[in-house]
Ligand binder design. Sequence first.
Ligand SMILES: O=C(O)CCC(=O)C(=O)O
Length: 387
Amino acid sequence: MASCFNGGAGWPEPVVRVQAVSDTCGGTIPERYVKPPSERPSPAFSGNSSSDDAGGLKSIPVVDLSMPDVDEACQAACREWGFFQAVNHGVPPELLRRARASWRGFFRQPAEVRERYANSPATYEGYGSRLGTTKGGPLDWGDYYFLHLLPSSLKNHDKWPSLPPTLRETTEEYGDEVLHLARRVMRLLSTGLGLEASRLPEAFGGVGGEGACLRVNFYPRCPQPELTLGVAAHSDPGGMTMLLVDNHVRGLQVRRPADGQWITVDPVPDAFIVNIGDQIQVLSNAVYKSVEHRVTVSAAEDRLSMAFFYNPRSDLPIAPMAELVTADRPALYPEMTFDEYRVFIRQRGLAGKAQLESLQATAKKASGSSVIDVSCPGPPAADTSSS
Ligand SMILES: O=C(O)CCC(=O)C(=O)O
């Protein structure tokens, strides 16, 4: 039995680290990590930019940020897939290596060092192993570290690990570079909507007004990867995510909007996987899609990923931008701040696209408007493993 840590105030039960479960569970994972058959990973399609029989892309597009037509490529990817892999993005590969190595170094520290940073559901900052506070609720096969980068009033190096010794400095440098990249992509997305480059960034609170945080995920080896997930299916509640993954270990699956199939992403080495979150789906009145994704785990290798979440200022009202609301396409979502929006996730954990869909239903009820369905279709029966 893995040792329990009775974490910071607020968790409904003792917290168990997945790293400890992985080390001690032998060949059978505990029941809490076993997903219902309909949610278990199935053999999924994979491939980069190769076409399917109908000429469409099999997997998420790769966008070269150094090309002159980059804004068109970005906006097409975000309309069709809500996801792309960004290459030639300007963040030095050497910094990516250092960032990955620093965080692997943290997850290799002895348990008592890691536990100094144990988090609580009040802010989720620190070392964690679950989302949501439902007692007895399902658990994912992954531990994580969550920290704030912006606004600067929330950034506190004392809440970041002090070991390995290079981690704080490297994370600071990494955060600056990825922030710069996120701001550039935001301007491209804004022009892709036919708006001024500054329009979408302003809706987030302008330069310095935005929010940014980092979630470093560590998925230990799992003896029964076919029964569980590293992160259950969800769309990202925030604005936009810049994800750095291991170059050689696959795990991310994206639910292809065209048909609801789960597609395994083959990572392009050192690319950032960029995806639209719920707040940009709302602001763009669903022109850009916030698409469900999930993470599979491996029996052979552990995996590390770094998700940089770029968010609107948390107290700004977020609603479809006026320029994108017409008589034919009324506002699909009511106004809500990001602070209000994320209460749902913090209490209930990740729940596919349930939150965005309930928001859309509220808007429809309020306006009495006819239904515009922007959701992804459900997965075809053949794609849901029942093993
Ligand atoms: O690890 C991954 O590939 C994705 C992680 C993710 O979806 C998340 O942290 O929200």
